[in-house]
Design a protein around this ligand. Structure first.
Ligand code: GRF
Length: 218
């Protein structure tokens, strides 16, 4: 009989509503899911996702960046300490609105994932849906990547694509992309937690295949 591998212990970092965190928590309820969400950390005490996590019985912590003012290293040291007390294997950024520096990243090499609401490397940063509409792209989407230094940078694990429709509004496009985010983040974490993702230079090799995975929707 194959030995059942231990599920990876995951911390999800949020700053707001936490719908991607919820998608990960729901996926992890499946008995065969290879990861469990054991901790949710927010850099803002008023993040709505904290209550959602608590009601799901998940430990939460708040490490407020504002308490550290310009001391980014101090903030990242406190964040690291909060995570380490829970024996964490993988960190998932899910709407976490701080750019992490190498001070933090070097402590978690290739163990941090992020979700970004655009098909990277297009539209890094904020307001991705408005920028996609004004650029006139015909396909938009979301990306889960391994976190490397720099904003929204690092090897791509999974991408999900959506069409941009005639007369789309920013809200309609955002909702279409968010539905995809909730599918690709659990998928990417599954691949990662099953040790099927190998980071080779700037790329993720998944099951021995180089190149991003693009999942088309309708
Ligand atoms: C998502 O669109 C995510 O891609 C981006 O921030 C948003 C967070 O939403 N990084 P939520 O808090 O997961 O609902």
């Amino acid at each position: 009989m194959a030995r059942k591998l231990a599920r990876k212990r995951v911390a999800v970092l949020i700053s707001g509503r936490g719908s991607n965190m919820t998608a990960l928590v729901e996926a992890a309820r499946a008995p065969d899911y290879p990861a469990e969400i054991v901790l949710v950390v927010s850099n803002r005490a008023d993040a709505a996702g904290l209550a959602t996590a608590q009601s799901a019985g998940i430990a939460t912590a708040v490490v407020e960046h504002s308490a550290y003012r310009k001391d980014r290293e101090g903030f990242e040291r406190a964040l690291d300490a909060a995570i380490r007390t829970h024996d964490i294997d993988v960190i998932c950024l899910a709407g976490f609105m701080r750019v992490l520096t190498t001070h933090f990243l070097d402590r978690w090499p290739n163990r941090i994932l992020n979700i970004h609401p655009a098909l990277l490397p297009s539209f890094k940063g904020l307001d991705t849906h408005a920028r996609a509409l004004s650029a006139g792209v015909k396909i938009h989407g979301a990306t889960v990547h391994v976190v490397a230094p720099g904003m929204d940078s690092g090897p791509i694990v999974v991408q999900g694509a959506v069409p941009v429709r005639d007369n789309d509004t920013e809200d309609a496009l955002a909702a279409r992309v968010l539905a995809v985010e909730h599918k690709i983040y659990p998928l990417a974490l599954r691949l990662f937690a099953e040790d099927r993702v190998e980071v080779v230079g700037d790329h993720c090799v998944i099951d021995g295949v180089t190149g991003p995975r693009i999942i088309p929707f309708d």
